[in-house]
Structure formats: C-alpha cells, structure tokens
Design a protein around this ligand. Structure first.
Ligand SMILES: [Zn+2]
Length: 189
C-alpha cells in the first residue's frame, strides 16, 4: 500500500496495468497497491491528465480478479448494506477518509475543478465499491471504513495471487537473456 509520494512505475508496471485494463495506461504516476506477487492492483493517475482533463480517481482498482469480485458484491446489493452503516462513528470515519483522499491528491497537484470531489460516493454515499476498495488497498486498513468492509466481504484478497499470465517479462540485459535462452533450451511460448 502506498500513498503519495509514489515511486516511478517501471515499464513492466505500465505494461501490466495496460494488459489489465485492456488499453494503454496513460498518465500513470504510481502503483499504489500490489498483489503479494508484486503485480499492480491499484494504479494512480495524474489528477490532471496531459490533455488538461481533471481526473479525480487517484486510486483506480486495475486488477481483473479484484474488479470482478467487487462487481459481484455490487450486484449482490452490498452497497445498500454498507450505506446503512453510515451513521455515528462510521460516518465520521468515512468523512475522514474523504478528506484523506483529497489531501493525498492535492499533495500531488491542486486541480480546482475537482476541489472537494473524491471518489466512490464519499463522504456521504456509497456509489462505487471499486473506488472505495482501491482507496483501502492504497491507504491500508483503518482509513476507509467502507472500503475495508467491502474488501473483507470480497472473495479476492491481495494476499492470495490470482494474477493472469500477461505474457510480459521483465526487461533483462541482452547478455543475461541470451544466457537464459541457452540454459532453458530456448524461449518459452
Ligand atoms: Zn499476483
């Protein structure tokens, strides 16, 4: 889990996120959460895209198995259940999560068009569990009370690798790649 400042994403990170999303990942400023295997699960995009468009969703759940599991929760009416919890302490924690999200984002760059707009329905509604689980995975437990609960209810966990083989390899120096090819008796299909 990682909140800003982020380390620069590697070429393999960008390639993996692009494969997860099924389109080229652009304006990526960091990988804010990873699977136990190291693959990205949450991607952070610049709050202002290169073409000037504001982009409020700082923590985007990119992992196919995670998004599918969270979609199942949404389809099963879990949002209504979780919305009902937004009273008292949980409502206060949810507001604090909203403010933490905004602080993370404005710490990168202040985008006036999306002032006060976080994600997922925060601070008073539950509108998108993908955004809330993304926040939980990036910020760690105890920051987003609804994201925490949704992740706990989900059949997906960042501690159990369900990554697909995207057919991507870490770029290796030419000499070491040649050596591996010889040792393995040729490149694998
Ligand atoms: Zn994995």
């Amino acid at each position: 889990m990682t909140t800003p400042p982020f380390d620069l994403p590697s070429d393999l990170d960008i390639a993996t996120v692009s494969a997860q999303l099924g389109r080229p990942a652009r304006n990526v400023i960091g990988i804010s959460a990873r699977c136990v295997c190291g693959a990205p699960t949450v991607v952070s995009t610049s709050p202002r895209l290169q073409d000037g468009t504001p982009f409020p969703t700082l923590y985007y759940l990119s992992h196919p198995a995670a998004t599918a599991a969270v979609s199942t929760l949404e389809a099963n009416g879990v949002m209504t259940e979780l919305s009902a919890l937004l009273t008292g302490d949980v409502a206060d924690e949810y507001l604090a999560a909203h403010n933490a999200y905004l602080a993370d984002r404005t710490g990168i760059v202040d985008v006036p068009e999306i002032d006060g707009i976080s994600a997922g329905g925060m601070p008073t509604r539950v509108k998108c569990l993908h955004a809330l689980v993304g926040h939980t995975l990036a910020a760690g437990p105890g920051v987003n009370p609804i994201g925490d609960r949704a992740l706990a209810l989900s059949t997906w966990s960042p501690t159990v690798c369900q990554c697909l083989d995207y057919g991507l390899e870490s770029p290796a120096p030419a000499s070491s790649a040649a050596h591996n090819t010889t040792a393995d008796g040729g490149p694998e299909a």
